[in-house]
Design a protein around this ligand. Structure first.
Ligand SMILES: Nc1ncnc2c1ncn2[C@@H]1O[C@H](COP(=O)(O)OP(=O)(O)OP(=O)(O)O)[C@@H](O)[C@H]1O
Length: 532
């Protein structure tokens, strides 16, 4: 197994001089060197050939002993030094101080085909940032992270990737039922891959400590390696480059959030330490997928009372998080104007991009501004009718593509036939609700009939933005339950399914189904906590 190692982060930025994993505040440094924990009996449970190839590995490498040892933490790759990154963050709206990679260890950076990747193990043991926890991860949360990272990538959502999932052979104590009765669970490690794992919190911790020298070093480093176009354009004016960097992060974050809203993804813990400066989705913890369309929904039990991170709040939480990044970068510029302008632009652009995305989900094309305003009304009314009774978001939008322009909505309930499978309980649709749906469909059909486009063409466009298959929590839980019994076949099957989420895949049609009733209140199937 040969990787083309090309480390930059741990070569160019200041290191913590202390080499033990003792918990501590790490100052004037961007990271600490650490050694991953050696697992007792590592076993590969699933690997992604496509990610391996992206890193320059051969498919045959995946079955080797070296691969198993390296990606479980048992062997350090020659010519590199693993490290944990120092960062802080705002958690649930409050400044939490130093957090850092408490259970993530960066193994190395790799260059392949002109692209640069950081490999990071999650769950490979203690670091100076582990605080009161053990540095480990369990099979349950690791299956969720591994499958969802790849599912998101294939949905077209910017995300960290996952190379592989291994179990360590060690047991880990966790309170899965959240009832104060912890149990032993199977320990696991996932290898994440991203351009870098620099987070908003990486800048925040340095600004909070007024460590402007390291803050400037980190900002310059990030621009130099990850936003080189900004450096090229602002050679003579580094202050301006920080503003441009912030603007670029705003735009990438916007793109990521519009995608989340498109596919019905709820991150669950949008703390600033979980915001990547690349606009990648990072940290698949208590995430979930909207089943019944409900903007107030969050899968995170820890957030059930305030619902800060509920689906409908994600765009404005991203804005709030960006504001924290602006505050952290401000000392480098000394002028609020570029930050204010970028934040304003985020808001303006977001509302336009969001409407365009929603319009594409219902198959509209925009010819002129007037049509746009009418479409906004149609979109907002859809938001209302979707919440009249529990209506599955993924299934509804997918089935909506089958509606014909020639449909007759004038009487009865038959007009709902194409989308009826999206309702969790079609019997609960009252006459009044049917009339509201009728009103919406009348407007919708009128709008569709303004266009010459055929039903088939529209259907094809809609099916490219409305996925057929997403990783519903209960589906992930089925794979976890099987893996707990040593059977990894469902992980492999779901991986294949989610590699092509917009395709019909008739042989896998059973996964195009509403969440079954047994899963409604089962732990792991609809609700999760941060503790994993
Ligand atoms: N079992 C654990 N041991 C040590 N630190 C942990 C553990 N679980 C979480 N942390 C740390 O707590 C902080 C916030 O937790 P969060 O749930 O965002 O983490 P995570 O899922 O481990 O992290 P990541 O953001 O790297 O995916 C992070 O600093 C994280 O490293």
């Amino acid at each position: 197994m040969r990787l083309n190692i090309h480390d930059r982060f741990n070569q160019e930025l200041p290191a913590d001089p202390v080499l033990t994993p003792s918990r501590r505040q790490v100052t004037e440094a961007a990271f600490s060197f650490v050694t991953p924990r050696v697992p007792s009996a590592p076993r590969l449970r699933h690997a992604v050939t496509e990610v391996a190839e992206m890193l320059g590995l051969a498919p045959t490498d995946l079955n080797g002993d070296t691969f198993r040892r390296v990606f479980s933490g048992g062997e350090v790759i020659a010519g590199t030094r693993p490290y944990a990154m120092c960062y802080g963050g705002h958690q649930f709206g409050n400044w939490a101080g130093q957090l850092g990679d408490g259970r993530a260890i960066n193994l190395a950076e790799v260059e392949h085909r002109g692209q640069h990747w950081t490999l990071q193990l999650k769950g490979a043991g203690e670091t100076p940032y582990s605080r009161t926890a053990d540095g480990l991860a369990v099979l349950r949360s690791s299956v969720r992270e591994h499958l969802c990272s790849e599912a998101m990538h294939h949905l077209g959502v910017p995300t960290t990737r996952s190379l592989c999932l291994l179990t360590t052979g060690d047991q880990v104590l966790r309170d899965v039922m959240y009832d104060g009765n912890p149990e032993m669970e199977t320990g696991a490690v996932v290898c994440r891959v991203a351009a870098s794992f620099i987070r908003f919190g990486s800048f925040e911790i340095l600004a909070a400590r007024n460590d402007l020298a390291t803050l400037r070093q980190l900002a310059d480093y990030t621009i130099r390696h990850h936003y080189p176009e900004i450096q090229a354009e602002n050679q003579a004016d580094t202050k301006a480059s920080y503003g441009h960097f912030f603007h670029a992060v705003c735009q990438r974050t916007l793109t990521m959030i519009v995608h989340w809203q498109r596919v019905g993804f709820v991150h669950g813990v949008m703390n600033t330490d979980n915001m990547s400066i690349h606009g990648d989705t990072i940290d698949y913890g208590p995430y979930g997928w909207l089943e019944g369309f409900d903007p107030d929904w969050t899968p995170n039990t820890t957030d059930r009372s305030h619902r800060r991170y509920q689906f409908g709040n994600q765009p404005k939480i991203a804005l709030w998080n960006l504001l924290q990044l602006a505050n952290a970068l401000y000392p480098l510029v000394g002028d609020a104007a570029p930050f204010q302008a970028a934040l304003q632009e985020y808001q303006d652009d977001f509302s336009r991009e969001y409407t365009n995305m929603q319009a594409s989900k219902i198959g509209l094309t925009h010819a002129n501004q007037a049509a746009n305003e009418a479409d906004e009304e149609l979109i907002s009314q859809l938001d209302t009718v979707l919440q009249l009774t529990e209506t599955d978001m993924t299934i509804f939008f997918r089935l909506l593509a089958d509606v014909r322009k020639s449909s007759n909505v004038s009487a009865g309930r038959d007009f709902l036939a194409p989308v009826i499978d999206a309702f969790y309980d079609p019997e609960s649709l009252t006459d009044e609700m049917i009339e509201q749906w009728r009103a919406w469909f009348s407007l919708y059909l009128q709008r569709l009939n303004q266009s010459e486009e055929s039903d088939a063409m529209r259907r094809e466009r809609m099916n490219r933005v409305n996925p057929k298959y997403v990783l519903r929590n209960y589906i992930a839980q089925l794979a976890i339950d099987a893996a707990d019994q040593g059977d990894d076949s469902l992980i492999a099957e779901l991986y294949e399914l989610l590699r092509d989420p917009y395709a019909e895949q008739p042989e896998r049609q059973k996964w195009f189904a509403k969440r079954p009733e047994w899963a409604r209140h089962k732990v792991g199937c609809s609700m999760l906590s941060c503790s994993s």
